[in-house]
Design a binder for this molecule. Structure first.
Ligand SMILES: CSC[C@H]1O[C@H](OP(=O)(O)O)[C@H](O)[C@@H]1O
Ligand SMILES: Nc1ncnc2[nH]cnc12
Length: 299
């Protein structure tokens, strides 16, 4: 029997080098049309040993055909929300801006610097409905703590670093050396092209979101060292992909329990309920209708 997909609470977004979850029984693939279009690829729903389900979405599509700027992030988040997702673990290949984060180490950032350039739709709001999400802490502390407990699942001598700052740049070209030095001076620890608007849209959709960064290179700030290339990134993606799966399999039992029992803190569900600013009579009915898809009954 095919179960209803409408109770998949945990999702994984896979980035560069992580295009599927192996070793799980795939139940079905879904591709809902959201008010913001279709997701990057079909969402693959698998059964966990416990009987619970998990959703997987390849950020750039399976086969990696979307640039970071082209990823339909609103559709991705809305589609996950529509199948019941409450928690997202998002994997991302990152450049390291710190000596102590070598390639193959993992990082759980707790802060974020936005260096995207306004090319990506980055909110579900606007067009006749103004609302503001709290985003002081862009990642989920409870999820981060839960993941950090499983550092020992990492192979190849990889370490897991917590409470770091990620920089999200536009791309697709990598940074200049001057930019890389600037990000270090700003306090950036790792850099990618994917943390935004993904984390922000997850917050607007009331989904608990933690990015798991997998270091692939030292970007281009090290004097007299070769700057990052796709070749460097690919070289380390094999080990990182294996460790991503190791980590995921280690955290899932705790994560399933926390999600089932509703013990993850802080609570994200309900955080948008009083976020709206627009007077009822001034709200655009079309926008209200679209928002019903992610925040039913709120506006
Ligand atoms: C392949 S290097 C640049 C690319 O890698 C990261 O992708 P993802 O976050 O999906 O793993 C980074 O954000 C860039 O998009
Ligand atoms: N150096 C880098 N800059 C931006 N995104 C990246 N993803 C992996 N390495 C990166």
């Amino acid at each position: 029997m095919v179960c209803s997909p409408n109770i998949v609470k945990i999702a994984v977004i896979g980035g560069s080098g992580l295009y599927n979850l192996e070793g799980l029984e795939v139940i079905e693939e879904v591709n809902p049309e959201t008010p913001w279009g279709f997701a990057s690829d079909k969402i693959v729903i698998s059964r966990l040993p416990s009987g619970n389900k998990i959703a997987f979405l390849a950020r750039h599509g399976r086969g990696h055909y979307l640039t970071p700027t082209e990823v339909p992030v609103r559709a991705n988040i809305a589609a996950l929300k529509s199948i019941g997702v409450e928690v997202i673990i998002a994997f991302s290949a990152v450049g390291s801006l710190r000596e102590e984060i070598p390639p193959c180490d993992f990082v759980l950032p707790d802060q974020l610097i936005d260096r995207t350039r306004g090319l990506r739709p980055s909110t579900f709001f606007g067009e006749g409905l103004v609302a503001h999400a709290g985003f002081a802490d862009p990642f989920h502390a409870g999820l981060s703590d839960l993941i950090a407990k499983h550092e020992s699942a990492l192979e190849f001598g990889a370490k897991l670093h917590t409470k770091k700052t990620a920089v999200c740049m536009e791309g697709p070209a990598f940074s200049t050396r001057a930019e890389s030095h600037m990000y270090r001076s700003w306090g950036g620890d790792v850099i990618n092209m994917s943390a935004l608007p993904e984390s922000k849209l997850a917050r607007e959709a009331e989904i608990a979101y933690q990015m798991v960064c997998m270091s692939t290179d030292y970007d281009c700030w090290r004097e007299n060292e070769e700057a990052v290339t796709v070749e460097t990134v690919m070289m380390n993606m094999g080990n990182n992909g294996k460790n991503a799966k190791n980590l995921l399999h280690a955290i899932l039992p705790d994560l399933e329990e926390a999600v089932t029992e509703g013990t993850l803190e802080p609570k994200i569900k309900g955080s948008m309920r009083f976020s709206g600013m627009t007077a009822k009579e001034k709200r655009n009915p079309e926008t209200v209708r679209k928002l019903e898809y992610i925040l039913p009954g709120y506006y």
